[in-house]
Design a protein around this ligand. Structure first.
Ligand code: FAD
Length: 376
């Protein structure tokens, strides 16, 4: 694994950063989405044969990190090209690939992803959204919660389980559910987040889907699901690192200028050192993210799983600390609407909770890496 970023990756970073800065914090999500797509950034990880850039999650994570660092993150990148695009590219039928991948890459269509359920939460083994056969069709019934961007997505990739595997270990199966499918309802959840994407509670009431809606094998087990969840974790790390960098850059600019004694506040070590620490933590998190992306793109799903969890953990923590320190650095202005930093406090917490919480990653590392016994 290269420890220094390649020339190609550096140029991609610079180009995306320039795009992000042109849009800035007051970005229009839709406009940026279509511009990024036209420049080939949204589908950079998707296969060339289906309109993508032929790269991997390493490249896609650079795109999201740089947009975030410019204050213009595109949350749906975590879902549409990273989870849904990857799963379809790896396990979809030829017609699903032709139908979806070019459209996800050129930004004309978007796909949301729904796994979280109100009664299962962090314990995905408890999900109860159930698919049963009806002739050649499937009928899908269940509830999902906190699913992002369902209103702007043409379809949602819903994780369910087949009827005969309702109990015991999860055998997930994935269905493409069009936004307007009869029986597919959504309720907007009001969040205390200053984000352009909304979250929804979903109800699936005997949603009739053709056989072609099933992505991959109904018996493939967790492998197919994690093919999408590992990119999701890596991309959430990119989202968090981008946001942390954005907050830090605002704080640095402010600290260089603001003078209340006879030197700028950035000269006081009580202000400078925590900013330096935040920078180091973000850099370290990025290294782990790059390792995870490298392993994933090399096809080592197992090693990528561990690294993706660690990267998401490190990035979430680094982001929360960077945002907290940025707000503090701005003093009263840290809480004004004009400077727009305080609203990042709740946004930063998302990376600690979703798509898998800090505690569940610590559980994973305790059990899988360290071999410690489980409490649950
Ligand atoms: C902004 C946002 C966007 C989201 N977008 C999506 C989306 O697009 N699609 C989707 O499917 N989901 C989405 N989610 C849902 C997200 O993945 C879940 O919120 C997350 O997985 C946690 O589940 P929960 O909220 O049910 O928390 P719970 O599982 O109820 O956990 C609550 C708390 O208990 C802790 N906890 C639980 N079990 C244990 C344990 N065994 N040991 C120690 N601590 C434990 C958790 O760490 C957490 O702190 C989104 C969430 C947010 C906030």
């Amino acid at each position: 694994m290269p420890t220094i970023e390649t020339e190609e990756h550096r140029s991609l970073r610079q180009a995306v950063s320039a795009l992000g800065k042109r849009h800035g914090r007051a970005y229009d999500r839709e406009q940026l989405w279509s511009e990024a797509a036209k420049l080939g950034y949204l589908g950079v990880n998707l296969p060339e044969a289906y309109g993508g850039g032929g790269g991997g999650i390493a490249e896609l994570s650079i795109v999201l990190e740089e947009l975030g660092a410019a204050g213009a993150p595109l949350l749906m990148m975590i879902v549409s090209p990273a989870i849904c695009g990857t799963v379809i590219a790896r396990f979809g039928t030829e017609s699903q690939k032709r139908d979806w991948l070019p459209a996800l890459a050129d930004g004309t269509r978007t796909m949301a992803f729904g796994i979280t359920e109100p009664d299962a939460g962090s314990n995905s083994h408890r999900i109860s959204t159930t698919a049963r056969r009806d002739g050649a069709d499937w009928l899908l019934t269940g509830r999902k919660v906190f699913v992002s961007g369902v209103d702007i997505a043409d379809a949602t990739l819903v994780v369910g389980r087949t009827e005969d595997s309702r109990t015991g270990r999860l055998k997930p199966c994935l269905f493409i559910v069009p936004r307007d499918a009869p029986g597919f309802g959504r309720r907007h959840i009001e969040m205390e987040l200053n984000a352009q994407e909304k979250q929804f509670e979903l109800t699936l009431d005997d949603v009739r889907l053709p056989a072609e809606a099933l992505v991959g094998d109904e018996d493939a087990g967790l492998l197919q699901l994690f093919a999408g969840l590992n990119p999701e974790r890596i991309m959430t790390a990119a989202f968090a690192i981008g946001m942390g960098r954005y907050a830090l850059s605002q704080a640095i600019t402010y600290a260089k200028d603001r003078t209340v004694w006879n030197t700028p506040i950035g000269a006081h070590q009580a202000i400078a050192h925590p900013l330096a620490q935040a920078h180091i933590d973000l850099e370290l998190a990025r290294l782990m993210m790059q390792k995870a992306a490298y392993l994933y793109d090399e096809g080592d799903d197992v090693a990528a799983g561990e690294a993706a969890n660690m990267a998401k953990y490190a990035a979430g923590e680094a982001c929360v600390k960077a945002v907290d320190q940025a707000v503090h650095t701005l003093g009263g202005n840290g809480l004004t609407r004009e400077f727009g930093i305080a609203s990042l406090i709740t946004a930063a917490r998302v990376a600690r909770i979703a798509p898998v919480s800090r505690e569940m990653i610590l559980n994973y590392v305790s059990h899988q890496t360290l071999g410690l016994p489980k409490s649950y």
